[in-house]
Design a protein around this ligand. Sequence first.
Ligand code: P6P
Length: 347
Amino acid sequence: MSSRISLTRYLVEQQRVDGLIPSQLRLLLEVVARACKGISQSVNKGAIGGVLGSADTENVQGEMQKKLDIIANEVLIEANEWGGHLAAMASEEMDGIYVVPNRYPQGEYLLLFDPLDGSSNIDVNVSIGTIFSVLKKPEGPAGQNNGVSEQDFLQPGNKQVAAGYCVYGPQTTLVLTVGDGVAEFTLDREQGSFILVEDNIRIPEDTREFAINMSNMRHWDAPVRRYIDECLAGKEGVRGKDFNMRWIASMVADVHRILTRGGIFMYPWDKREPEKPGKLRLMYEANPMAWIVEQAGGAATNGKQRILDIQPTQLHERVSVILGSKNEVERVTTYHTSQSLRQPQTE
Ligand code: P6P
């Protein structure tokens, strides 16, 4: 376990030792972390802060927005627009991109985020979180909007230069990768700093725990149904071992559990809305989580291909997500690619 190293010192050392983090990116990540601290304060106030309940507005996804969704979005925009690190931002809560206003210096990075993931859990005091992804703005001619457009955001997840999430739970925990493994920081409210608690998270390659919304079972495609049926058959079945199930309905919380003790998280395509590849969003949910999981030794696919290799075509496009312990993700992906209900594999 590392001594009490702050996020700031960790990023400086990553910059000095690995050369992975240019100063502008290091400063951007510090601003994002500070914004997450602010969001955590609002979340922790709950009813006494008047931040619970619906905002009576809809987002681009057609989902009812909670007051905290909007508060979190505003905190991230206001914290990041003036620092000179960014050219633009994109959010689950905004239809289009947010170009940094001309009154502020322009930067070379693009920041994407789900400002408050798991909103259905806000009013019942269950962990929620912020997910963020950083891309470099492609080189291009200056022009209107500082030469940045939505098209600049449509980069595959393998182009990310940083990704992370912050879980607002019993602890406020920031998890971050810049391409050199995954580090975890816990907020020390007395100091007001994120303190390094783990600097090389590894996901066990095998697991006995799956996370999926079982109420959708009748809508799943055959490979997902086969995989879950085999888990439910337990040690009497082809897997030869019993499985446990968890479903928090906050991706950040389910993914954090998997980073902590292994597991497989699935939000697959289902036939409720067959025209949509899945429920979760590629750019600011699946891509950052997929990179973090891969950096921690896990795997992340959409059932057929590596999530990080998907070429986006729309800012808010959705994707089927299967991620976590490497051997389990590979098993589910094999079931998809074979698509034939072959003889169950022995354990
Ligand atoms: P369901 C939260 O709304 C979210 O986007 C993810 O954080 C979570 O994993 C999923 O949706 C939960 O979906 O259909 O189980 O409520």
